[in-house]
Design a binder for this molecule. Structure first.
Ligand code: PEP
Length: 257
């Protein structure tokens, strides 16, 4: 039986302004307050422009909900117009930052080298990276999904020391399942998540591999989360579209109810 606490994280993508963000987080907090939800850690990843509002609410009301960003710059400061740095996110007391989301890899040409630099920057500034990995449809159809995903794990973790790697979160998100309504079969998701854990054991140690939380992401909803979470190597979900509906996200968090 795993001792890893599942992490349910909502990736809002480019949705909800800072006022909507406050209303949304209040709704989550209210819906989760009557229950002991220590069984799951809950986090939201709002757009950058919402983070200060979410921080004020979470700190002010001492909410257990954690928050983080959807990306960060690999640089600490300087002439990088439009970017947001690790120190800025740390100052906002973010816990998490997603790194290498498939939409960043696809629309912003983020390579494993860039993703690796961002992972290192996150750790340098005390943020926990949620390293997103996963294959496109053609790669899965060719049967190369495991090797493709493990190469992204290797790339993202290159030269990251064990003292840092032990706290990383890895999100396995098959690209063809993101925002499409197509869920990776629970057995298929388990196959890749187990392979990721074995790779962590090879790169570091079995002890470290057993500590790291590996999430599944890709069209997770209240109707399929229990089946996904029944797998021994899946320790939570990274939820996109369904996290924008507070009631639905609460049902996902309370998948055991
Ligand atoms: C995501 O954006 O990480 C994601 C998994 O999206 P969705 O849940 O909408 O598929």
């Amino acid at each position: 039986m795993s001792t890893r606490t599942p992490l349910m994280a909502g990736n809002w993508k480019m949705n909800l302004n800072h006022l909507e963000a406050i209303a949304h987080v209040q709704k989550l907090a209210f819906a989760l307050a009557d229950k002991d939800y220590d069984a799951c850690e809950v986090a939201v990843l709002p757009p950058f422009t919402d983070l200060r509002s979410v921080q004020t609410l979470v700190d002010g009301d001492k909410l257990k909900i954690k928050y983080g960003a959807q990306d960060l710059s690999a640089h600490d400061s300087g002439a990088f117009t439009g970017e947001i740095s690790g120190p800025m996110l740390a100052k906002l007391k973010c816990t998490y930052v997603a790194v290498g989301h498939s939409e960043r890899r696809q629309y912003h040409a983020e390579t494993d080298e860039i993703v690796n630099a961002k992972v290192k920057s996150a750790f340098k500034h005390g943020l926990t990276p949620i390293l997103c990995v996963g294959e496109e449809l053609a790669v899965r159809e060719a049967g190369n999904h495991v090797s493709h995903t493990l190469a992204q794990v290797d790339g993202g973790l290159k030269d990251v020391p064990a003292e840092q790697a032990e706290s990383i979160v890895i999100a396995y998100e098959p690209v063809w399942a993101i925002g499409t309504g197509k869920v990776c079969g629970a057995g298929d998701a388990q196959e890749v998540c187990a392979a990721i854990r074995s790779r962590l054991a090879e790169l570091y140690s079995q002890e470290l591999a057993d500590k790291v939380r590996i999430q599944y992401g890709g069209s997770v909803k209240s109707g399929n989360v229990a089946e996904i979470m029944a797998n021994p190597d899946i320790d939570g979900a990274l939820v996109g579209g369904a996290s924008l509906d507070a009631d639905e996200f609460v049902k996902i968090v309370r998948f055991r109810d």
